[in-house]
Design a binder for this molecule. Structure first.
Ligand code: AMP
Length: 420
């Protein structure tokens, strides 16, 4: 048999899966502290949802989306991101209304699908956590979204990241800037890379992201959005910068940070980590004030972020020196004689009910082999149950740290081991 996981996907195995759980628990914990509630949406949606929201010309939709026609003849897509789905769900279930109100939603370890060229930190099925804050237009809301992301990283003991910030203005200032940018890039057409020449036709803003040195030299002299902002956009951006400074969150302004999705306006941001390689973006987000209306809901401002779990796992396992120890066992019960099975099972269940992590042999192995396994699990206590012990209503307790051994009564064993 030559079956393998599809290219660009990964099995998450122990002990790494424990790190995933830790990240998920941290996200749940931060969400509870900020008052966000979880949303889960389907893994696939009508393809038109992403075409209308993320944008037909974006790489995500035009090149990377997993499309299929279902048996009813409808064009479906595996979700490449979650904002569009959350907005669709919010409109469908009236989570956004005309009244002034705010929906605080988060998602955790949600699988996403993009047909990309797999490399370190870039997969075809990957996972994100993130939040969508629907209904708030203030810079305070932008700050909260950034603070939320930082709180998760801090909770996990990670601090080596960098916040990049930009504003894209409103749709009309962004359009004016885009026109000037296209003019400027057309003027420099000869020097642009082939990729960027093509992008000039389809998605010119993406040229600003280009890693090609010739493109970067041209981009350095390109018109900047900050010169096209209207007064209220500038005020919003200034307010956010002041709030970040007050919250002591360091950032740099990156005038060419545009993000690869069409729906953003005003604030966009990215958190990067130097502990990652070329795929250094840990998380990205921004404001999407026009999206809810565009998808048929009432005009509603919104802001959010999405963070990659795989990249965080990479960073955290590096931070912890690659050590991801399996959880240690508390108690290993050695069944020295077959006759002790029933009592052994009973004691194991009593101890588990009291919160101990309990293992015993499932392979009918010799006492020596059972002791060897007990040792491997890093257990604190070994309990030996043989015919002798059975006859006396006792059990032998061995403390693995000191090697000390004693016979104790089987009764109230959980209480006894709580205060050993
Ligand atoms: P985006 O949805 O493109 O804004 O991405 C948000 C975050 O998701 C990125 O900063 C990455 O951490 C993560 N991410 C995006 N695409 C991938 C991918 N193909 N593989 C792994 N992580 C990804």
């Amino acid at each position: 048999m030559d079956l393998k996981a599809p290219r660009g996907t990964k099995d998450i195995l122990p002990p790494e899966s424990a790190l995933w759980k830790e990240i998920e628990t941290a996200v749940d914990g931060v969400a509870a502290l900020f008052g966000y509630e979880e949303i889960r949406t389907p893994m696939f949606e009508q393809a038109s949802l992403f075409k209308r929201s993320v944008g037909e010309e974006t790489d995500i939709v035009s090149k990377e989306m997993y499309l299929f026609t279902d048996k009813g003849g409808e064009e479906m897509a595996l979700r490449p991101e979650l904002t569009a789905s959350v907005v669709r769900a919010a409109i469908e279930h009236n989570l956004v209304t005309k009244q002034a109100s705010c929906s605080r939603l988060y998602y955790n370890s949600a699988p996403m699908f993009r047909y990309e060229r797999p490399q370190m930190g870039r997969q075809r099925q990957f996972h994100q956590f993130g939040i969508e804050l629907l209904g708030a237009s203030s810079a305070l809301a932008d700050l909260q979204v950034i603070e939320f992301a930082l709180a998760v990283y801090k909770k996990l003991g990670f601090s080596n990241f960098h916040l990049k910030l930009n504003t894209l203005g409103n749709l009309s200032s962004r359009e004016r800037w885009r026109e000037e940018l296209v003019k400027y890039l057309q003027f420099n057409l000869e020097t642009l890379s082939e990729d960027s020449k093509r992008r000039l036709e389809t998605n010119p803003l993406r040229i600003l992201d280009s890693k090609n040195p010739a493109d970067q030299a041209i981009v350095a002299g390109a018109p900047e959005i900050t010169d096209y902002l209207d007064e209220s956009d500038s005020e919003h951006f200034d307010e956010l910068k002041a709030l970040l400074a007050a919250a002591k969150i360091p950032f740099t302004i990156e005038p060419h940070l545009v993000r690869g999705l069409d729906y953003y306006n005003r604030t966009v941001f990215e958190l990067t980590s130097s502990d990652l390689g070329s795929q250094d973006a840990l998380c990205g987000g921004g404001r999407y004030d026009g999206l809810i209306e565009k998808l048929g809901g009432p005009p509603t401002p919104a802001v959010g972020f999405a963070a990659g779990v795989e990249r965080l796992v990479l960073v955290l396992s590096k931070l912890r020196g690659g050590e991801m120890a399996a959880k240690k066992t508390d108690i290993y019960i050695v069944l020295a004689d077959k006759g002790g099975r029933e009592v052994g099972i009973e004691i194991a269940s009593e101890l588990r009910n009291a919160g101990f992590r309990v293992l015993f042999d499932l392979l009918d192995r010799s006492i020596k082999a059972q002791m060897r396994e007990a040792d491997k699990t890093g257990t604190r206590f070994v309990l030996v149950l043989g015919n002798d012990e059975l006859a006396a209503g006792e059990i032998t307790l061995k403390r693995m740290d000191t090697g000390a051994q004693e016979r104790i009564p089987q009764q109230n064993i959980a209480a006894r081991l709580k205060n050993p």
